[in-house]
Ligand binder design. Structure first.
Ligand SMILES: [Zn+2]
Length: 277
């Protein structure tokens, strides 16, 4: 029997998602995930929580082993993933405390492994084929609907849709970069939403991003620009209600076998060359 069906990958300031947990370590063909998986129950659902940066926050965004993280979650049975993360707002109306559930993604990372299907052999000798999956709509429609309804149910009116641009980091944007991102019409900027989303897609997992705005990015304010202390402070102020929203979203997700979204059938017609966990 699977250990969990829903995965939550928690970001900055979010290390105590579940109360009553069983800690397990999982190894993958891609190395170790960011930390142990913490298994627990939410509203009768089995949940696996993974601290994205490690519990001591020792992994900067560009050194997170995203492939190991998603693989580890799938290997314990997870088929649906919620990915909360801290972001900067690119519009004045998206101030600190805004919850935005994006429907689009722009990748501006530079040096991250972002596919399982790279044609390179795994340790067991199997070789993944080169596979090109659709990523036009990067997020699960069912998961997005659950997240939006959960936020509204907690009187936290979310922004429904928008574009998350993911930068390499770990530095924040220059003012010129931030103005450029905003001028493209993009909504929020973060450092971890990619390749998390695409790797989930490649494993046939539902993936939903919940972005919490912790600051107005460098180009949208006249002050000193964003600081890490500011990010942590705002995240700390909102972590309680974000946890409530995530719990409600977990409860609202369909059973893994009852998924009717396209996420689980992305591999149809493809010979992957490897066995997914
Ligand atoms: Zn889905």
């Amino acid at each position: 029997m699977a250990d969990a069906e829903i995965g939550v990958i928690g970001g900055s300031g979010f290390y105590s998602f579940l109360d009553d947990v069983t800690e397990i370590t999982v190894d993958t063909p891609y190395g170790s995930p960011s930390d142990s998986l913490f298994l627990g129950e939410v509203a009768g659902r089995q949940v696996a929580f993974l601290p994205r940066h490690g519990r001591e926050h020792h992994l900067p965004p560009h050194r997170i082993n995203y492939r190991a993280n998603l693989w580890a979650l799938r290997s314990v049975g997870v088929r649906q993933v919620l990915g909360p993360c801290a972001v900067g707002g690119l519009r004045p109306e998206y101030g600190p405390g805004t919850l935005l559930v994006p429907d689009q993604l722009v990748d501006r990372t530079k040096a991250r492994a972002q596919t399982y299907f790279d044609g390179l052999p795994l340790a067991d000798g199997s070789i993944p084929n080169v596979v090109h999956l659709s990523f036009a709509d990067p997020y699960c429609p069912t998961g997005r609907a659950a997240a939006l309804a959960a936020a509204r149910g907690r009187d936290w009116e979310p922004v429904d849709g928008g574009t998350l641009v993911v930068i390499e980091g770990p530095r924040f944007s220059t003012r010129a970069e931030s103005r450029w991102h905003a001028a493209q019409g993009w909504s929020v900027v973060g450092m971890t939403g990619h390749p998390e989303a695409v790797l989930a897609r490649e494993l046939g997992l539902c993936y939903t991003s919940l972005t919490l705005v912790t600051d107005l990015d460098a180009g949208t304010e006249t002050g000193e620009g964003v600081s890490h202390d500011e990010v942590l402070e705002v995240f700390g102020q909102n972590v309680g209600r974000l946890r409530e929203v995530l719990f409600d979203a977990v409860a609202a997700l369909p059973g893994s076998e009852a998924r009717d979204c396209p996420c689980g059938s992305v591999h149809e017609g493809w010979d992957l060359g490897i066995q997914l966990p």
